[in-house]
Design a protein around this ligand. Structure first.
Ligand SMILES: C/C=C/C(=O)SCCNC(=O)CCNC(=O)[C@H](O)C(C)(C)COP(=O)(O)OP(=O)(O)OC[C@H]1O[C@@H](n2cnc3c(N)ncnc32)[C@H](O)[C@@H]1OP(=O)(O)O
Length: 262
């Protein structure tokens, strides 16, 4: 197990190829202030450069995952240009998390509101505890979601369902979020549920996981024919890996594969 010290608002630990990033500002329900955002950008670099990490889990300490961007800092924004920069900075940091080469899971242990839900939407998968509440309440503050929520939420659950959440700002209980497709799993404990899911993912070929993520991500912005060509290119790359030799030979020999990620 490795720990990276030096963060004020994050715990970072790696165990059994899983990185767990715990957001730790519980007195403000883990609201994302600018320093915390910068630490998330740094941890994304740390994960990218750590060959030991094959799945990354993001969670929160206490009764919230993240209750949003820091409203005290939003209240201080002086003008249109500064507000635009505020949004672009959050988008950029969450974009770095979305672009991580390994599968990512948001383990939503409580409130995931505003920028907190937007962080979860930047992850590949979302699991939550039964008591979690998810929502985009920004319009109640006279603003709109600005860390990617107006774009990633409709892409995930469809325009009508996304606009229901955005217009009402309501807090959606975990079971409903599961039925909306906003969550992949609901369990007693969010982190344990995320780790169980990670263990299933980790049985598979690491290069294949990265290529599958890349294919889905790149295909989203293309028309079907172009996207299928991307898929074929990446399928070609997958078939050039040692992992492909190992996976297919292990199947034929009726044994478990030992992937090396190369
Ligand atoms: C581009 C992105 C934009 C955004 O994300 S805008 C923000 C969107 N999020 C929200 O609007 C949610 C704001 N928070 C709440 O509505 C409530 O909290 C909860 C419903 C989540 C929980 O309510 P309760 O159980 O009564 O707790 P409590 O006393 O309100 O919160 C505990 C402490 O946490 C601080 N806090 C909570 N959320 C934020 C936040 N988003 N920004 C800054 N501080 C926050 C509070 O102020 C308080 O602090 P103290 O104990 O000092 O009074």
């Amino acid at each position: 197990m490795t720990d990276t010290a030096g963060f004020e608002f994050l715990d970072y630990a790696v165990e059994d190829a899983m990185a767990v990033v715990t957001i730790r500002r519980p007195q403000a329900l883990n609201a994302l202030n600018q320093d915390l955002l910068m630490e998330l950008a740094t941890v994304a670099d740390v994960i990218t450069q750590d060959p030991e990490v094959r799945v990354a889990i993001f969670t929160g300490e206490g009764r919230a995952f993240v209750a949003g961007a820091d409203i005290a800092q939003i209240a201080e924004v002086q003008d249109v240009f500064a507000a635009r920069e505020f949004s672009l900075l959050g988008q950029s940091v969450l974009g770095e998390i979305a672009a991580l080469p390994v599968p990512t899971i948001a383990a939503i242990n409580g409130f995931a509101l505003g920028g907190g839900l937007e962080l979860a939407l930047a992850c590949d998968l979302r699991v939550a505890s039964k008591t979690a509440k998810l929502g985009l309440p920004e319009v109640g503050l006279g603003i709109i979601p600005g860390y990617g929520g107006t774009q990633r939420l409709p892409r995930l659950i469809g325009r009508g369902r996304a606009l229901d959440l955005i217009f009402t700002g309501r807090h959606v209980p975990a079971e409903e979020a599961l039925s909306l497709g906003l969550l992949n799993r609901v369990g007693e404990d969010a982190l344990e549920t995320a780790k169980e899911l990670a263990r299933v993912i980790l049985k598979n070929g690491p290069v294949a996981l990265a290529l599958a993520k890349e294919s889905v991500g790149r295909g989203e912005d293309l028309d079907l024919q172009e996207a299928l060509e991307v898929e074929a290119d990446l399928f070609g790359l997958a078939c050039a890996t040692q992992d492909m030799r190992e996976g297919t030979q292990a199947f034929l020999a009726k044994r478990s594969p030992q992937f090396r990620g190369e």
